[in-house]
Design a protein around this ligand. Sequence first.
Ligand code: AMO
Length: 446
Amino acid sequence: MEATEYMTGELCDGTTPYCKFKENEGKVISIKGAIHNIRDMSDFAFIILRTARELIQCVYSPEFSDYRMAENVVEQASAKITGKVVKSQTRDGSERFEIQIHNIEILSVPAAIPPVVISKKKVNCDLNVDLDYRPVTMRNPAERAVFKIQEGIQRGFREYLSKNGFTEIHTPKINFAGAEGGTNVFKLDYFGKTVFLAQSPQLYKQALVPVYERVFEIGPVFRAEHHDTSRHLNEYISMDFEMGFIDSFTDIMEMETGVLKYIMELLKTEYAPEVELLKVDIPAIDKIPCIRFKDAKQLCVKKLKNITDMKDFEPEEEAFLGKWAKQQYGSDFLFVTHYLSKKRPFYTMDDPEDPEVTLSFDLLFRGIEITSGGQRIHDYNMQVEKMKRLGMNPEEFETYLMLHKYGAPPHGGLGLGLERLTMHLLGFKNVRYAAMFPRDINRVTP
Ligand code: AMO
C-alpha cells in the first residue's frame, strides 16, 4: 500500500455477501465463499458454496463454459465462483436457484482435511469432540445457526431496551469485590493485590442508575462453579438491565416480558432461515403467569418426593414448575416471586410487609431458571445495616455505597443468562451446546 493512500469507507455501501438470487436471475455474477461440499456425478458436479449465511448450489458442467475443474477445487478451499443464476427444479415444487459455473478462482487451499465431517446436515460426534474442534465444527450450517440465533437474542435485547430509553454500558470485569456473594468467585493476582473477576455487573449497573436512569449491558461474567453440571458455565454472557424510578419490582418483570416478546418476534422474522433449519419452537408470549416462592414450594412438596431444601429449588422442582405452568396457563414461562431474604444477595430489597422475603423474582423458561432480578435497596442506612447483618464490612464497599450515600432513586433490574435462554429455546440438554467456546472446570480450549 502506498503511504499516500487513504481509506474513505466508501466500500461500505451496505452490500452483503449474500447471493440475491431473485434480482440476479439470468445474470452472470461472482460470489465468494468456502467450498462446503463437492458431489461428483461423473459428467457434472454439484459444488456447494458456503457463504456467511447461505449454502449456494453451483453446478459444474462442461456444457456451461470452457472452464475445466482444477485439482485445487477441494472442500474447505476459499473460492470465487462466477456463473449464471438460474431457477432450478425441486421435487416439492418450491422455488430454488442455482449457479451454472463459468469459472472458479481458488483463493486459498486448506492444508488438511477437517478431522470431523462438517458437510452433512449435522456434525455427528460426541459433544466433547465437537467442542475440541469448535473452530471447524461451527462451519456446519446447523451449528453456526445456533449462534446466529444467539446473536438475534442479543440484538433483540439491545434493540428493545434502546427503544425504551436505556443506555448501553460496559462495566469492568476486574473488580475489587464479588458482587453476588458466595464462594464462586475467581481470584486474580493483580500486581500483588487480590482482586476478583466480575460475577456480574451488579454494583456498576446500579451506580449508573442516578446517571442514566436506565442502563443495560451484554457482556461476559465469571463464576467459579466447582461442579460439572449441564447448566453451569464458568464464563457466560449476562444480559443485564437496571432501571430507576420504578413503582414496584413488577415494573422489571413487565420490561422483561416486553423484551422477550420482542426477541421472539425478531427471531421469527429476521432469523427465519435459522429458525427453519433448526426447527426452533418459538414460544408464544402473551402474558407470563406469576407465583410466589412460598406457593410454588408448596406445589412442589405436594407433587414431588424427598424435598429437603425449603429455601430454594432443586432442578427437578424447576422442571416440575415449568410443566405446571404449561399445563395450567399454557405458558412456557413462569415468574416466581418473593424469594427468601436469606437466599438473595445483600443488595436485594426486603419486602416491607414481610422482611423474611424479598421483592425479587426468577424467571423460569421451560423449567429452568434463566433470570434473577428484583428491587434493590436504595437507602444508605438500610443497605449498610443489611451488609452488617450479613457479616459484610461496609467499608470494603465504600465506592459501591456512594450510590446510596449521595442519593439513588428506587430502582431494580435483572440478569438474563444468554446461554441458558438459548439452550432451552433450542431444546439442548447441555448448556455447552449453546456456548460458542465454553469454559467449564475441564475446558479452557479452544
Ligand atoms: P444470578 O446469579 O441469578 O443473578 O444470575 C442471573 C442469571 O445468569 C445465569 N447464570 C448462569 N448461566 C450459566 N452458567 C452459570 N454458572 C450461571 N450462573 C447464572 C442464569 C441466571 O438466572 N446480579 C444478579 C441479577 C440481577 O439481579 O440483576 C445475578 O447475577 O440464567
